[in-house]
Design a protein around this ligand. Structure first.
Ligand SMILES: Cc1cc2nc3c(=O)[nH]c(=O)nc-3n(C[C@H](O)[C@H](O)[C@H](O)COP(=O)(O)OP(=O)(O)OC[C@H]3O[C@@H](n4cnc5c(N)ncnc54)[C@H](O)[C@@H]3O)c2cc1C
Length: 387
């Protein structure tokens, strides 16, 4: 396995690699073919404590930072797996830890740490508003000691393999707030309870083996005590989760990227055509070298974003830039890997086509490349707002 100049936390890497080695490529390939969920793998990660990395020690977790959590996710992808099955718990955790009440932390965190509960889902995206998040139409209206939820979400992942979900809904109409980011609130939803009383789940089959769904809310009632933080401030809180998500996805792309470069380097050394290894041709070497250079740069930006996040400093720009760089680098590595495997790149048993599909997602989700460019143009470079 190639060593990166940016690699840190070697003890965590070694331990996660040891666990991942019990789940070889064949395991992930079979799960992909069956469109299944890697239950045994996620259980093993939970039992080993990795899924509780971000839970403070006093609630039964290991109290690690986002940097360490990102290394765990990276190693899963670097070993040929797909963290998409379980990364929700990592990016949701700080939303609850940082903005939840003491009562909420006591109620949920110890059970999440033991694996009794899973907090794998976050419901933000809606079909009619897309990336324009502050325009979401799902409403939460307070009635006595409950909130009544109505509306629709789309692309909400891992709902069928989670117990809890963080839901973003509008509590004050857009027309009544001064800033469009105000009047939004976040809630903890008990998924199984909700499915019996007003939340319908419709799975969406998609290009990757990623369990994701459309959700329909029809007068779903949730206890008012499930509101996280202050009513109307939810957009600010959800950014804690979204920034963490961008950094974690960056780490996963970096893991994918090194998997692709390792795999293609090995293949290009062995595959002999025209009497010499294909990797002796500069036309083969250069795209691989270019992807590797970009991965190394992305890796440094990812750790800078982690440093800022873990020290509670503004990290929006770095989280976005790390995600942009890493998703681009992993995609270039994926292209080089499939290209230089020739026909074999398309054979499922080589795992290249599966990883190729998986890493392609990150050009679009959790935020599209264009939206990152527009964030940097406006918020970092001070160019006029375009929408
Ligand atoms: C497999 C999968 C899993 C997902 N999981 C979750 C989840 O768990 N929870 C959740 O809330 N969401 C989830 N999402 C949703 C994801 O975050 C969105 O798909 C993503 O943010 C893009 O939003 P959209 O699909 O509505 O695209 P749109 O907002 O409709 O944009 C479409 C495209 O248009 C372009 N575009 C749009 N506006 C502009 C602009 N102003 N300037 C330039 N270009 C623009 C972009 O290139 C974009 O890719 C998931 C999506 C997928 C595919």
């Amino acid at each position: 396995m190639t060593q990166s100049i940016a690699d840190r936390h070697q003890d965590i890497r070694d331990a996660v690699r040891a666990l991942c080695s019990q789940f070889p490529a064949e395991y992930h390939r079979k799960i992909d073919e069956a469109r299944g969920y890697p239950e045994e793998f996620v259980d093993a990660l939970t039992k080993a404590g990795w899924m509780a990395a971000l839970i403070p020690e006093e609630y039964g977790g290991s109290g690690l930072g986002l940097a360490e959590a990102s290394v765990i996710m990276e190693e899963i992808n670097r070993a040929g797996g797909n963290s998409g099955a379980c990364h929700g718990q990592m990016y949701n955790m700080n939303t609850l830890v940082r903005h939840g009440s003491e009562e909420q932390r006591q109620r949920y965190l110890p059970k999440i740490a033991t694996g009794e509960l899973r907090l794998q889902s976050m419901a933000v995206t809606e079909p009619t508003t897309g990336t324009d998040t502050t325009k979401i139409k799902t409403t939460a209206v307070k009635k006595g000691d409950r909130y009544v939820i109505n509306g629709q979400k789309v692309w909400i992942s891992r709902v069928q393999h989670s117990d809890l979900m963080i839901l973003l809904a509008r509590t004050t109409p857009l027309s009544e707030v001064k800033k469009k980011s105000e009047g939004l609130s976040i809630f903890i939803v008990d998924i199984k309870g909700a499915m019996k009383s007003g939340m319908q789940v419709r799975p969406i089959l998609n290009m990757v083996n990623h369990e994701t769904n459309e959700l329909f809310f029809d007068n779903l009632e949730i206890p008012a005590e499930n509101l996280i933080g202050e009513e109307g401030q939810g957009f600010k809180y959800i950014l804690t989760g979204l920034n963490a998500e961008r950094v974690l996805i960056a780490a996963e792309c970096i893991g994918d990227g090194y998997w692709f470069t390792d795999k293609v380097v090995q293949y290009a050394k062995e595959r002999v055509v025209f009497g010499r290894p294909i990797g002796q041709n500069q036309g083969v070497q250069f795209p691989i070298a270019e992807a590797f250079i970009e991965l190394e740069a992305a890796n440094l930006m990812r750790f800078e974003a982690c440093r800022l996040y873990d020290t509670k400093q503004a990290c929006g720009a770095q989280a976005n830039m790390a995600k942009y760089l890493a998703a681009k680098a992993s995609w270039e590595a994926a292209n080089a890997c499939i290209q230089f495997h020739g026909g074999f790149g398309f054979a499922c048993e080589y795992d290249v086509e599966r990883k190729f599909r998986e890493t392609r997602l990150y050009q679009v989700a959790p935020i599209s490349t264009n939206l990152i460019l527009s964030y940097v143009a406006e918020h970092v470079l001070g160019l006029p707002r375009s929408f």
